[in-house]
Design a protein around this ligand. Structure first.
Ligand SMILES: [Zn+2]
Length: 156
């Protein structure tokens, strides 16, 4: 039994896209990142706010709000593709930070991925942050689906 659990744990670590230790991984939200996400969520009102988490390694340096171009922005989010493509292009060229993940808000106050979120996840190892009221939760979009991710806030 112990061996089996050890095997699952090892397999999970081995499959971590960042070669990192998912289970023990903690991401860092840099100065102002938490506030930027809360402000975007508050500004979007009954619509879902959304945006990009940019930074390096496991440190999110900025949260950049983008337009939510979903057809029903009160229930879904879709990051403005122009902003998304632009950020990926900058990251690839080395001129910009890495696209570490995405954030969006849940006006219904539930700080966990919805069924829609699970269905639209790319399983690409990126970080998803979900804002609900004053709460922010972070998730690792791994090959087995969302796993909770601990984070700490760096005040700079
Ligand atoms: Zn959602």
């Amino acid at each position: 039994m112990g061996d089996w659990i050890g095997f699952i744990h090892a397999r999970r670590l081995a499959s971590a896209p960042w070669g990192g230790q998912i289970c023990e991984m903690t991401i860092v939200l840099g100065p102002g990142v938490r506030e930027a996400m809360l402000a975007a969520a508050a500004g979007a009102g009954r619509h879902e706010a959304c945006g990009l988490l940019l930074g390096h390694g496991t440190c999110v340096e900025t949260a950049v709000a983008t337009a939510n171009v979903a057809q029903d922005p009160a229930r879904h989010f879709e990051i403005d593709p122009a902003a998304l493509i632009g950020a990926h292009r900058l990251a690839r060229s080395g001129a910009g930070p890495q696209v570490l993940g995405y954030f969006h808000s849940h006006p219904n106050g539930i700080a966990a991925p919805s069924a829609t979120d699970a269905a639209s996840a790319a399983h690409d190892g990126r970080v998803w942050a979900i804002v609900a009221g004053d709460a922010i939760t972070c998730w690792h979009d791994g090959s087995d689906g969302f796993e909770p991710l601990s984070y700490r806030v760096c005040q700079g």
